[in-house]
Write a protein that binds this ligand. Structure first.
Ligand code: SF4
Ligand code: SF4
Length: 110
């Protein structure tokens, strides 16, 4: 049977591994962030978990949350929320990129 100490040790190791995965390359991506009027935000939908953080920080109201068909065979959900950028309203400030916990948003050339 698993003891409490063993469980805590395994949990700590797993948390460390997940944190390293989440942090991997994040600082470099932020350093290279291209912002301004020549840039526009773009969402990689496969990475978006529909957490609502990006529309919260977007002062220009340039992000819609939409329902997309769910493709996972593991979850019994018909749809999932995804962020979609309204390119014409996006001012290229980059705030949404910094707010996204899954690095689903990047700045691309307009
Ligand atoms: S870059 Fe700025 S204006 Fe454009 S969607 Fe992100 S937060 Fe909104
Ligand atoms: S912050 Fe990222 S994960 Fe959350 S809704 Fe926006 S794009 Fe999706």
């Amino acid at each position: 049977m698993t003891g409490l100490e063993d469980l805590a040790r395994r949990r700590q190791a797993e948390a460390k591994r997940i944190r390293a995965l989440l942090d991997g390359g994040h600082d470099a991506r932020m350093a290279d962030l291209k912002v301004g009027e020549t840039a526009v935000a773009y969402v990689k939908e496969e990475l978006c978990i529909g957490c609502d953080q990006c529309p919260l920080v977007c002062d220009d109201d340039a992000i819609d949350m939409v329902q997309r068909a769910m493709r996972s065979p593991l979850l019994e959900l018909e749809s999932n929320r995804k962020a979609v950028i309204r390119r014409d309203d996006c001012t290229g400030c980059g705030l949404c990129v910094m707010a996204c916990p899954t690095d689903a948003i990047q700045m691309i050339d307009r």
